[in-house]
Structures are given as C-alpha cells and as structure tokens.
Ligand binder design. Sequence first.
Ligand code: NAI
Length: 334
Amino acid sequence: MRIAIFRYEDWEKKLLEEELQGHDITFFEKGLTKDELPQENDFEVVIVFVDSEVTEEIISHFPKLSLIATRSTGFDHIDFQAAKNKEVKIAYVPAYGEETVAEFAFALLLTLSRKIYQSYNRVRETGSFELTGLRGFDLNRKTLGVIGTGKIGRNVIQIAKGFDMNVIAYDPYPNAEAAEKLGFVYKTLEEVLKESDIVTLHVPYMESTHHLLNDKTFALMKDGAYLVNTSRGAIVDTEALARALKSGKIAGAGLDVLEEEGAIKDELNLLAEGHPEEHNLKTILTNHVLIDLPNVIVTPHNAFNTAEALQRITQTTIDNIKNFTEGKEFCEVK
Ligand code: NAI
C-alpha cells in the first residue's frame, strides 16, 4: 500500500518502517493542510495528527484513498461525511492515556495547591528562600468534584483516594460499580459545584457541554474554590472564568486547554487572514489575561504528552493499518 504520514518524529519513522515492512511509506514533516497538499496524490492510506484539517477538498485530492488513520482519540478534525461519501474509512485510537491525563490533572492541582511554580520562581529568579506568599493548602480531606467519570475521571478519582480526598462526582451516566469500588458518591451537577473545594473537568466537548461552566454555574461554586481543566477549553466560558478569578470566587485554575487554543497558537495568521470574528478575538485576549494571572497555570495541551502514551498511540495506529489491510476489524469511526 502507498502510505503517507503527516508530521512524525524520528522514533515513529523507525517504528513504522519496522512494523509496516512491505508497504511504501512517504514521510511528511508537516501536518496535512489545504495550503501544503503534496504533489503526489496516489496514497491509499494517510496517517494524520489533530493538527491536520482533513476536509472534503483534501480527501478529494487523493483519489485512491481508502483509509485515514488519525493518531488521536478525537476525530473532529476529519470531515466524517465527506469520507463516508467517498467510502474512505477512518481509524482512530480509542484509548491510550487515561492514567497519563489523570496524572497531569493532579500535576496541575498540586502546582496550584503547593504554589510550586511560585516557589520555583522565588528561588530561581531571586535566590531567596523567604516563604512569604508561598503557603499552600492540603489536599487531604478536601472535597474533589469530578465532572465526568469516564476513563480519565475514574483515574483521577483513584489518585485522589491516595490523598484521602473526599470525592463527589457528576455524570449523566453514573457508573455505580466504579462508585462502589473507588469509594465516591454521585451527586447532581449543582450539588457537586456547591460542595467541592476543587472541581476537575473530564467531559468530552459537545453541544451539551459547551460552556458547562459559565457565570451561572461559577456562582454556585464555593467561594475560593479551584478549577482544573484538562478536557477541552470551550467547556468553560473563558470570560466568565476571568470574572470569577477577578472576584475571588475562584481562587486559582490549572488549565491545559483553552477556548480558541488553535487560534492563540497562530495569532499572526489569524490577523493576517482578514476578518476574525469579534468573539474569537475577545476570547483570545481573555486567554492572555488568564496566562498572565499569578493564580492561573496554563499549559499547552500537554496532558497526553508522555513517552508511554505516544508509544501506545503509534502502536494502535500501526495495528489499525495492519488490520485494515488484512481485512480484519480495527478501531473504526462509525
Ligand atoms: P470518556 O468518554 O471515557 O468519559 C467521558 C465521560 O463524560 C463519560 O462518562 C460521559 O458519560 C461523561 N459526560 C458526558 N457528558 C457529560 C456532562 N454533560 N456532564 C458530566 N459528564 C458528562 O472520555 P475520557 O477518555 O475520560 O476523556 C475525557 C476528555 O478528556 C476527552 O473527551 C478529551 O476532551 C479530554 N482529553 C484531553 C487530553 C489532553 O491532552 N488534555 C487527552 C485526552 C483526552
């Protein structure tokens, strides 16, 4: 098969060449975008990452295409309908890092609770070992509110139990077995927001979770509560969060994801391309305000990024391609 991989690292190249021997693989350094379509268009399989926008135009560019393999769980960067119309199948990675992302959520939480970043900066920037302003708080016996008890949420709960935290959770599809096994209690969303010292988000982004946290829901939260978001930026109304932080309603936030984070990565292009929507610009500006706040930790969508998780992603992608070419079952988006 003629296979193209868009954006790769050297170790992935080595692994793909070893595991997909017999196939003709072409390696492209950058993501697959309409502005940088390769001249060769006879690929039957394209391997992409979330930075590739696989639109109808791109799918049509490859007349022999039969499989798009994305190295991610999410596939909203691929035009599903266009692929279906052209009988192109989509392979994805259903699970690779529930422990990985859960560990990162706790890394953000501990960075906030123990002022790790400020402590590090104090010593490094000023050479001072003075403790003023560096007092934190214990996680032990605090109430953690987990919104979304899927794969990542349940791993977060398991870690929280190691800290002897009191865990309450909300999920429209409660998992009674997990609640019993891990020792947490399901409550309504309102109750979880009202009772938690820290709220951590582990829901997928969709219409019903858009701005799940907004002025109204922030108002329900405890005064001085903390927020951790490793899900998707738009689950939180950015401006409402800025207001909640300013008023002290929210004492601090750890955010691995930001609304409009794609645009913030490429602001020059956004401005050069003409007419960005006013609300996008407002969100981007507010993101900069959040980034500058001392009680907010923003990381660049890095929660998935461990050697082990990436190894699993690549291995599942290779298995998907092998199974597809052998006519066997693979992790297919249906
Ligand atoms: P999952 O599908 O296993 O669990 C999601 C849970 O959310 C389900 O139990 C579902 O019932 C629940 N849910 C749906 N709507 C809800 C609502 N309105 N309120 C409360 N719960 C709701 O997903 P998983 O693997 O736990 O991942 C969660 C999210 O984490 C992903 O959708 C993705 O957006 C994000 N993620 C972020 C990464 C990063 O690098 N920052 C990496 C991987 C995932």
